[in-house]
Write a protein that binds this ligand. Structure first.
Ligand code: TRP
Length: 452
């Protein structure tokens, strides 16, 4: 397997890596998932744990994953195998790569359903009923939409087709160039929304909800969710960043680039929170209303704004693009593996993996309506897939990456690859991946699963 290497491309610059990695990191995880999880898990304390997880676990593991990619210079499964062979470690390490492929697949299946919602809202924002929409109407409207599987199947299919179309051509120059403008545009739109929120009466309450921790609201499962969300949002634990690292030129500083990506990702999540919670409180809505949160609150803000139909549609267009740049990163490991190791053409590999993801996504889609009563361990199919991937598989993948980079690879190799100017920064990184991240994650896992 090891001799089937990539014809290995490289990023043209550090900026290209940062943009691509931010494109994969910034997605529905920031705009849709972070606010609703924060709402469900009681606010400030959850946000604080999330920030801690990003800084103390996320960033070091992101560095480790990038480093492994650049050292191995192949697809994740082959990189893990060849690095393990060089280090005379077990061949079983390649299964870290396998688990990554499986998680990306499961995530994309439900990711596409939610991205479909965002696409539907691009058009819906233009309907006259959204002008000056009342909170009650916005809620009812979303409920009707959510429980109408036929409409959602159309959007879910369209999103999957868009993903397949792009991936089958290879990540086209068009999309890369597009991202360069669309991502900053998304940022500007979020800032406009935050501007609107600042003027609303619930602003103080929203800020307090986000930033004043109330630890009585934090359960073991909330802490696990915060950690899972850090992995999900940064796009860690399944080899995406490893692939991107494998294209990274030698001279680029891994530490500085990954810290920038993590900072951008976190900033977008916090801005989304700052835009949404003031609207929630101004309209006396419930912060814990779940996955529908942004679809039920943002239309109220746009409805009250001059030019709201236009800005509302534009906002969801940008969310759609943010989702698309992430969905490409999610399907790429499977497509890369099918083309490298199974000899499929890129077109066929994309179409097959897209089709299977699409089929799996139907289960999540129906779990918002007719299958909402079909539960496993008290979770419907969407919740179960989300829990299995984000809360279990991604952190487990990240843990394996940390152990591999901290304990299996020798010190000289990682030191050489990270090439940090400050010896103390290297020591800090090594401490975090060897001890702090594995212990922290171990405790969170045990606490959530065993209830200690
Ligand atoms: N980070 C993306 C988001 O926040 C989703 C994503 C892209 C992802 N690539 C990933 C999640 C890899 C986990 C792993 O929307």
């Amino acid at each position: 397997m090891t001799d089937q290497r990539f014809v290995h491309a490289q990023w043209s610059s550090r900026l290209a890596f940062i943009l691509a990695a931010s494109g994969s990191a910034i997605g529905l995880g920031n705009i849709w998932k972070f606010p609703y999880l924060t709402g469900e898990n009681g606010g400030g304390a959850f946000v604080l744990v999330y920030l801690l997880c990003v800084a103390a676990i996320g960033v070091p593991i992101m560095m480790a994953e990038t480093l492994l990619g650049r050292r191995g210079r192949q697809s994740p499964i082959n990189t893990m195998l060849s690095l393990a062979e060089t280090a005379k470690a077990s061949r079983l390490w390649q299964y870290t790569g396998w688990m990554g492929v499986l998680s990306s697949f499961l995530i994309l299946s439900y990711y596409s359903v939610i991205a479909g919602w965002a696409m539907a809202y691009i058009l819906k924002m233009n309907s006259p009923m959204f002008a000056q929409i009342s909170p009650e109407t916005a809620l009812r409207f979303f409920d009707e939409f959510r429980t109408d599987p036929q409409i959602q199947v159309i959007w879910h299919s369209l999103f999957m087709i868009a993903t397949i179309a792009i991936v089958s051509r290879g990540v086209s120059a068009g999309l890369e160039k597009g991202t360069r403008y669309l991502m900053p545009a998304l940022l500007v739109m979020l800032i406009v929304l935050v501007g609107y929120a600042i003027g609303s009466e619930g602003f103080g309450q929203g800020v307090a909800f986000l930033f004043l921790p109330d630890f009585s609201k934090l359960s073991g499962e909330s802490v696990l969710t915060a950690m899972g969300q850090a992995f999900f949002s940064l796009g860690l634990g399944m080899g995406s960043i490893m692939v991107y690292g494998s294209y990274l030129p030698r001279h680029v500083s891994i530490a500085r680039s990954t810290i920038l990506v993590a900072a951008a990702d976190t900033a977008v999540a916090l801005l989304a929170g700052l835009a949404i919670f003031p609207i929630v409180f101004s309209n006396h809505l419930e912060p814990g209303m779940g996955p529908g949160l942004i679809f039920q609150t943002l239309p109220i803000a746009f409805g009250a704004m001059p030019g709201g139909a236009f800005f509302g549609s534009l906002f969801f267009v940008l969310v759609f693009f943010a989702a698309l740049t992430s969905s490409i990163a999610l399907i790429e490991p499977t497509v890369a593996w099918l083309t490298e190791n199974r000899g499929l053409s890129r077109g066929a590999a994309s179409a097959w993996s897209g089709l299977v993801c699409w089929g799996l996504g139907l289960g999540s889609l129906l779990s918002f309506s007719s299958w909402s009563e079909v539960t496993f361990f008290g979770k419907n199919l969407f919740e179960l897939l989300d829990f299995l991937t984000a809360d279990i598989m991604l952190p487990a993948g990240g843990l394996l990456v940390a152990v591999f980079a901290g304990w299996v690879l020798n010190r000289k190799d990682t030191e050489e690859e990270l090439e940090m100017a400050e010896p103390r920064s290297y020591e800090a990184w090594r401490f975090l991946v060897r001890y702090a991240a594995p212990t922290g994650m171990g405790i969170i896992f045990l606490k959530a699963l065993g209830g200690i």
